[in-house]
Design a binder for this molecule. Sequence first.
Ligand SMILES: CC(C)(COP(=O)(O)OP(=O)(O)OC[C@H]1O[C@@H](n2cnc3c(N)ncnc32)[C@H](O)[C@@H]1OP(=O)(O)O)[C@@H](O)C(=O)NCCC(=O)NCCS
Length: 176
Amino acid sequence: MAVSTDIRQVTLADADTLLTLSRKTFFDAFLPTNSPEAMEAYASKAFTPAKFEQELNNPDSQFFFALVDGTIVGYIKLNYRTAQTELQNPEALEVERIYVLNDFQGRQIGKQLIDFAIQTAKAKSLKSVWLGVWEHNNKAIKFYKSKGFEQFGSHPFMLGNDKQTDILMRLVLNRD
Ligand SMILES: CC(C)(COP(=O)(O)OP(=O)(O)OC[C@H]1O[C@@H](n2cnc3c(N)ncnc32)[C@H](O)[C@@H]1OP(=O)(O)O)[C@@H](O)C(=O)NCCC(=O)NCCS
């Protein structure tokens, strides 16, 4: 059943909450299909207080929480300009991360987060929204395709020492 979701920007004061949520959703999503060593090697670098403080202070990155009845149930990370992990096209927006807690998945919370990203890009007159998704993450790939994203490339992604392939997907905004 779809639920109505509030979306609010994450601030520095939320850094601890964001870190806990990021680690939890990352491990819940990918530990079943990856080695614990590779997961921890990645997480120990990507999910640290110092890294999050730096990312929250970057004016070209924004995090937003999704809330249902006041409870935080997911988040999205948006990158602009040089904060984008690659391409760094100033007319594009990157969705670097989008995660919904397991218990809340399938209720259109992810859809509301990605719609928010698309609306944000349109409001800033950007021309596209893009993201990288693990080639074996079929659920997320199906989810992005349902929003009109199409594959435009791929790139290697290091999960610890495990070299994986991310599919790059893009939604072009200025067709109509
Ligand atoms: C991918 C993710 C953000 C989607 O969020 P969500 O709230 O579960 O998705 P929604 O309920 O908004 O569903 C949107 C669409 O996704 C697809 N979808 C959702 N749940 C699905 C499921 N269990 N199986 C297959 N497709 C599904 C459907 O196409 C759905 O469209 P519909 O509502 O018209 O049927 C969420 O599942 C998640 O956090 N996954 C783990 C982390 C992850 O993989 N993040 C992406 C990294 S690139």
